[in-house]
Ligand binder design. Structure first.
Ligand code: SAM
Ligand code: SF4
Length: 496
């Protein structure tokens, strides 16, 4: 493509009418002054006040902005401990003791944008630019689904005509089509979530048509002046409003499960947490569905993206775990994703603060799974990973912590998406299906991919889960046990 053609492509991306239709009295939904003022004026709650807020979370009710501001103001160690303990209780109530596992798959690193913090930014001339072709994608899936045993992916793309929506659709079709022989039958990817640029409604409808799981777009920073500094104005990403309404458009296009997030470290974490809550509330109020997931990536070093200009807002480990706890308490029904950007130590602690999804065995360079690079080469990846453990290592540790790893992809294949899944989660009923499917898919993975050591480390846990289903869900137990036994005999992909 010539430079002129790329320019023309860029100019056609943003549809002004698809911003205007969502503005309320000409305004977007992040009330900057109001948020700043609430944070400034909030006082640490008394024990009684804190308990009243936590009781709401435990009842799976959303918190108000004032509640969240109060939690942000907490500094007393005893109160912080109580918040964390409650966050775990909320997680167990809504999501039970399971952690959903997935892997990222980078497919296109071309990008017309110039985000100051990202290794893929257009002005980084040292970045290796690549789009995986069909054969290369197949080879990545052979490793992911055939050797590691993943069932869920998040596919990641820059914004560029070389990896535009048509390429994205084609690449997802390829992923779904691959079957890799394993010990018992075939390994395959059953759910593809997408982290891609914001699209217009027409493109989002096309994307919906290919059968994606969650569509994720992170706002990076909700603080508009900072956003505009981080994303030069002459780029597509420079348009704050186009990005902030990406999920409204996705829901209008029929994509039910949407994932929001902020890149922590660009601006004050307190503001970003309050703004994430405003975003969740706006989606519920205007579109009738809250976010399926919330992500909270923390800024990592990237090639030719010096961080000294915004180091001021670096989030300490302590604050990071606090903000995860607050999000868990504030939006009890949402899935919370913590990626391998973080170290094993932080990920361990975050599991206890209420996260629900983690990746493992992750490679974030293009073609990285096939090449099985153990080192982290900055030229080919977006940033540096903090946790390079294998899926098996992570699963074994989770099992020892009493958490079951789930490869369940039944939800979207049974129509349990969007509002339906939100309602089930709020009622505490989704946990029922998810527990059953978590056990079934965990059994599959243990039999197909785990070492004897991991199988042994998980044996007690899985037996405990089966006993719990028998005692607490007697009506569904016979069917569940039948499926479980069939899986033990080698059948695959049975779900409830
Ligand atoms: N290009 C698309 C976009 O910007 O929305 C999606 C892909 S981008 C590769 C995925 C996410 O990576 C971004 O939304 C951003 O939050 C995160 N990211 C970018 N640079 C990062 C860095 N240096 N450290 C940690 N996360 C980063
Ligand atoms: Fe491109 Fe996304 Fe990186 Fe920005 S964050 S430079 S849009 S890949």
């Amino acid at each position: 493509m010539s430079d002129m053609e790329i320019k023309d492509w860029i100019n056609r991306r943003i549809k002004k009418d698809e911003i205007d239709r969502y503005l309320e009295n000409g305004r977007h939904f992040i009330p900057h002054d109001d948020i700043e003022q609430r944070i400034r004026l909030a006082k640490p709650p008394t024990e009684e006040e804190l308990k009243a807020v936590l009781a709401k979370s435990l009842a799976v009710q959303d918190l108000t902005l004032d509640d969240v501001a109060a939690l942000i103001a907490v500094t007393d160690p005893g109160h912080l401990r109580l918040m964390k303990e409650t966050a775990l209780k909320v997680k167990l109530k809504v999501y039970d003791n399971r952690i959903v596992t997935f892997a990222p798959l980078y497919l296109g690193s071309y990008c017309v944008n110039n985000c100051r913090y990202c290794g893929f930014k257009s002005e980084n001339k040292n970045a290796v630019r690549k789009v995986l072709n069909e054969k290369e994608i197949r080879r990545e899936i052979e490793v992911l689904a055939g050797k590691i045993g993943h069932k869920r992916l998040i596919v990641v793309y820059g914004e560029h005509p070389n990896n535009d929506v048509d390429y994205i659709i084609q690449s997802i079709k390829t992923i779904y089509s691959v079957r890799v022989p394993t010990k018992h039958g075939n390994g395959n990817i059953r759910r593809v979530n997408v982290n891609a640029p914001p699209f217009c409604i027409e493109d989002l409808k096309k994307l919906h048509g290919v059968g994606i799981g969650t569509y994720q777009v992170f706002q990076e920073t909700y603080h508009q002046p900072t956003y505009e500094r981080m994303h030069p104005q002459n780029t597509i990403k420079g348009n704050y409003l186009w990005r902030v309404y990406a999920m409204h458009r996705a829901l209008d296009a029929g994509i039910d499960d949407v994932g929001i997030g902020a890149l922590f470290g660009l601006y004050d974490w307190r503001f970003e947490v309050m703004a994430l809550i405003c975003h969740a509330q706006a989606l519920e109020r205007m579109m009738g569905i809250g976010p399926h997931t919330i992500s909270f990536p923390r800024l990592e070093p990237a090639l030719n993206a010096p961080m000294d200009t915004y180091a001021k807002y670096r989030v300490s480990d302590e604050d990071f775990l606090k903000l995860i706890t607050i999000i868990r308490l504030a939006v009890p029904y949402t899935g919370m994703i913590l990626t391998a950007r973080e170290s094993p130590d932080i990920r361990r602690k975050a599991v206890d603060a209420g996260i629900t999804q983690m990746d493992a065995s992750s490679k974030i360079s293009l073609g990285g799974y096939e090449e099985d690079k153990n080192f982290q080469q900055q030229e080919t990846q977006q940033f540096i990973l903090g946790d390079t453990r294998t899926l098996e290592e992570v699963i074994q540790e989770l099992a020892r912590q009493g958490f079951i790893s789930s490869f369940c992809t039944a939800g979207y294949r049974c129509g349990r998406t969007g509002k339906c899944i939100m309602d089930l989660l709020r009622e505490g009923a989704e946990g029922k299906f998810c527990k059953l499917n978590a056990v079934l898919t965990f059994r599959e993975w243990l039999d197909d991919f785990a070492s004897e050591e991991t199988r042994q480390a998980s044996a007690q846990l899985i037996q405990r889960e089966i006993d719990e289903v028998r005692d607490k869900m007697p009506q569904i137990y016979p069917k569940f046990k039948e499926y479980y036994d069939r899986i033990c005999r080698g059948e695959r992909d049975l779900f409830l």
